[in-house]
Design a binder for this molecule. Structure first.
Ligand SMILES: [Cu+2]
Length: 68
């Protein structure tokens, strides 16, 4: 299992956390997602070796931006 911690901008409340979590849970290879709007992080646990870009694109698709 691999864990990614992604810095995300634009999450303002727990509703945003849920949106991000629900969107990422649909990605194949994602085992668990914990979004935190307070520190602006999304922690993703993978059960498969997938490209980090797939996750980042998904976050971008639903309207949040990745902080590089
Ligand atoms: Cu929100």
């Amino acid at each position: 299992m691999k864990e990614l911690v992604i810095k995300v901008e634009g999450m303002m409340c727990s509703g945003c956390e849920n949106r991000v979590q629900n969107a990422l849970k649909t990605v194949e290879g994602v085992e668990k997602v914990v979004a935190n709007h307070v520190d602006g992080t999304v922690t993703v646990t993978l059960n498969k070796d997938i490209d980090e870009k797939v996750i980042k694109d998904k976050i971008d698709d639903i309207g949040y931006s990745i902080k590089e």
